[in-house]
Design a protein around this ligand. Structure first.
Ligand code: PHE
Length: 344
């Protein structure tokens, strides 16, 4: 037995594997459950007690030696694998990084901003958590008035010094902040995220994005509003897109209107999107109610103005024919990737 152990020791000491497979063969041969060491321990049981005294120590040392050799070889082969450059082909083309894509809503928001910039509109922003005054009261929503139910609100805190605190339901709140903080004339658009307590479906979500606009100066009329929005639509959807205004109601504008455009898909012929009417609604607008101007310390005898507000999701759907609103917030790369060519 001593003889055999000597032989194996020599074999182990001189062993140099060429690859991981050879090292694995080595492990199975010596350290495996049916390996040499296991056999030797079996054999050890059969030797005389005198021999046992000597061989016990030898056998244990042999086992430790084999295990240590295996561990050392394994570690050195792992680090070598990590560092190895010897067989890497440096002439192969690189793998390259995948480029991200802009979110379709960001693309359209940018496009809307660019169009209004050409008309001299600034961009204004405000907080998403608003108090009652900026979201409702200053905008001529009387307390306890059903008009407040037009927009199902997520309240954060009821009551309090500045009234209820809520997630803003529209970016009209930014208009109030702007008017309070400055002096007319004002000409700005307010892009931003807004929240409404709606059940999530293909057609509604509990948050969406808006761009609202405000223009206050002396002698601003409804004709200015119509012309501005007409220009906007021609720029965004192409020349020849028709617009029409329908009377509507908003507490903060008087008169108020909703604006439709000729369906971008069927060009007015009638399709599923426009429910065969040839028209789709894209925004609400009107002349700023004098009460709102007064609430913001603006002389309503001297100044008039218009306001409008649209949902970016709506505008985007009409551009890209996206049928399910939920796609915008699911962040499925298969959806987002499709807008890659539209990088700006
Ligand atoms: N704030 C309105 C909304 O969120 C949109 C709007 C803005 C309507 C300005 C008229 C004037 O629905």
């Amino acid at each position: 037995m001593q003889e055999k152990i000597n032989q194996y020791t020599a074999e182990i000491n001189s062993f140099q594997p060429k690859d991981a497979a050879e090292l694995e063969t080595f492990r199975i041969r010596f350290l495996g459950t049916k390996g040499i060491i296991k056999d030797l321990f079996e054999e050890f049981k059969t030797v005389t007690p005198e021999e046992k005294r000597v061989l016990g120590k030898v056998l244990n040392e042999f086992k430790q030696n084999a295990e240590a050799k295996y561990q050392a070889l394994k570690e050195s082969s792992e680090t070598a694998e990590g560092n190895s450059t010897s067989d890497a082909d440096l002439t192969l083309p690189g793998e390259g990084y995948e480029l991200g894509a802009r979110h379709p809503l960001s693309l359209v928001r940018k496009e809307i901003i660019e169009i209004f910039k050409k008309l001299g509109f600034n961009v204004a922003e405000g907080p998403e958590i608003e108090d009652d005054w900026h979201n409702f009261s200053a905008l001529n929503f009387p307390e306890e008035h059903p008009a407040r139910d037009m927009q199902d609100t997520f309240f954060i805190k009821k009551g309090g010094e500045k009234g209820d605190i809520a997630l803003r339901t529209h970016t009209s709140s930014v208009q109030v902040r702007m008017m309070e903080a400055g002096k007319p004339p004002f000409r700005a658009i307010m892009p931003g995220r807004v929240y409404r307590n709606e059940a999530i479906s293909a057609r509604a979500h509990c948050f969406f994005h808006q761009v609202e606009g405000l223009y206050i100066d002396e002698n601003v009329s409804f004709a200015d509003l119509k012309q501005t929005l007409f220009y906007f639509v021609q720029e965004l959807y192409g020349e020849g897109t028709k617009v029409r205004f329908r009377p509507s109601y908003f507490p903060f504008t008087e008169p108020s209107a909703e604006m439709d455009i000729s369906c971008t898909i069927c060009k007015g012929e009638g399709c599923q999107l426009c429910k065969h009417s040839g028209w789709v609604e894209i925004l609400g607008c009107g002349m700023v109610d004098p009460n709102v101007l007064e609430n913001c310390n603006i002389d309503s005898k001297k100044y008039t103005g218009y306001a409008f507000g649209m949902g970016i999701e709506r505008i985007t759907n009409l551009k890209y024919q996206i049928k399910d609103l939920r796609l915008f917030s699911e962040n499925d790369v298969r959806f987002l990737k499709q807008f890659k060519s539209e990088m700006i």
